[in-house]
Write a protein that binds this ligand. Structure first.
Ligand SMILES: Cc1cc2nc3c(=O)[nH]c(=O)nc-3n(C[C@H](O)[C@H](O)[C@H](O)COP(=O)(O)OP(=O)(O)OC[C@H]3O[C@@H](n4cnc5c(N)ncnc54)[C@H](O)[C@@H]3O)c2cc1C
Length: 373
């Protein structure tokens, strides 16, 4: 069986590792000259977003023998709204590094792959289809899926970020929902180390937002983070991504083509997390190729998760700063911490996202109808 994997990122490499474990040597094509050859950034994986897994890293290690070393265990997530600060404490998840860094997740995955990676690849999908029995599309965005009429794009997002030097508590990422500064979006601060971290803004490209000046938004966000964390962060690197697609494919597999990672639609529109699901799609595609499972069946829960997350996105977008203040104020509550800790670490089947979806959907429908009246 001749298998081509297009893209040596999270999903493509996870697919390659799993194929090799079952005796298939894929041919991997990567357009860049080395794995992860892009800006370095810090990302996170949170248990509450990764159902059914409670501990994403433990889950993929135990179930799929893919081993990843995170930067740090997240013990506290601080959430800021315009006038309030709240914390969720417990075993929340992990932070990790991406991109050019030697220990980025893609580099860690690449070290677990035996097959050769063909760098600087210019082969396109039609060429690979012609020369291979099956093709795994793992290029990291929904473009190919869109071109094939197989993708529903729900929104695109502008992302601007910087690596900064300062003082960080590595187990404590922070997020801001302040719609005066980033309308319908957020600001993340994720530490790399005690001395380095990322500040990132992300917001949907709706007509009202497109009119805004990204540089002004970034400056305001950066000043807010400096003020709230009482530091003057020194910027050492910057990156910007425009029109980052958030959507999902209609079919996970068409003929012998598998859509994995962001080509499938693993990025969750609610908060922009996609690493865990990207690994799963890579593994599931390999299972199908090896006749261990059926890709369309294995990915069904991921379609559901995507829809829950889209409901969360619409819910967040419909909130005012005052409403966000009310939620965040109620966060410093030990019983809530206890509940989230149980959900994130125990072998129970509770899916907070799924449970809260009907309530959020009711609210979203109500808001939609009151707008159209
Ligand atoms: C700024 C930012 C912050 C994020 N933060 C988080 C976070 O905190 N937590 C989280 O879970 N997720 C986060 N995500 C999302 C997460 O990074 C993605 O969902 C995940 O990396 C997708 O994996 P993938 O395999 O689809 O793509 P990637 O890992 O991006 O891999 C795609 C690969 O395909 C290659 N490629 C592209 N085109 C071709 C081609 N034509 N031929 C050959 N190769 C090609 C690329 O060079 C790349 O190596 C973030 C994303 C961004 C942009």
């Amino acid at each position: 069986m001749k298998v081509a994997i297009m893209g040596a990122g999270m999903s493509g490499l996870s697919c390659a590792i799993t194929l090799e474990k079952h005796g298939i040597t894929p041919t991997i094509f990567e357009s860049r000259s080395i794995v992860g050859d892009r800006f370095i950034n810090a990302e996170a994986m949170f248990g509450v977003l990764n159902r059914p897994a409670k501990d994403g890293i433990g889950y993929i290690s135990e179930n799929y023998h893919i081993n990843l070393e995170p930067l740090e265990r997240v013990q506290k997530l601080t959430i800021h709204s315009k006038n309030e600060i709240g914390n969720i404490e417990g075993r929340i998840g992990y932070t990790n590094v991406r991109g050019r860094h030697n220990n980025s997740y893609e580099n860690q995955l690449a070290r677990q792959v035996q097959s050769e990676i063909n760098f600087n690849s210019t082969y396109d999908y039609p060429y690979l289809c012609k020369h291979f029995d099956c093709v795994v599309l793992a290029t990291g965005d929904g473009q190919y899926s869109t071109d094939m009429g197989n993708y529903k794009c729900d929104l695109t997002v502008t992302i601007k970020g910087a690596t900064v030097e300062g003082n960080f508590v590595t187990s404590n990422p922070q997020v801001w929902f302040n719609y005066d500064i980033i309308p319908k979006g957020y600001i993340w601060v994720i530490p790399f180390s005690e001395k380095e971290g990322n500040i990132v803004i992300a917001y949907p490209d709706y007509p009202d937002n497109i009119k805004l000046d990204i540089e002004v938004m970034w400056e305001k966000a950066y000043s807010l983070v400096c003020k709230d964390l009482k530091q003057n962060f020194k910027i050492t690197d910057k990156f910007e991504i425009t029109r980052y697609m958030m959507g999902i494919c209609n079919k996970a597999k068409i003929d012998n083509t598998y859509f994995v990672g962001n080509c499938f639609g693993t990025i969750s529109p609610g908060l922009g997390f996609g690493q865990f699901a990207s690994i799963l799609t890579g593994v599931y595609a390999a299972y199908d190729i090896c006749n261990i499972g059926v890709y369309e069946e294995l990915t069904k829960p991921l379609f559901e998760n995507y829809n829950h997350s889209l409901t969360l996105r619409r819910f967040l977008e419909s909130q005012t700063n005052e409403q966000m203040d009310t939620y965040i104020k109620s966060l410093d509550n030990k019983s809530l911490d206890y509940m989230i800790d149980r959900v994130c670490s125990n072998e129970n089947g509770i899916d907070l996202m799924k449970l809260s979806t009907p309530v959020m959907r009711l609210w979203n429908n109500y808001k939609e109808h009151s707008h159209s009246r």
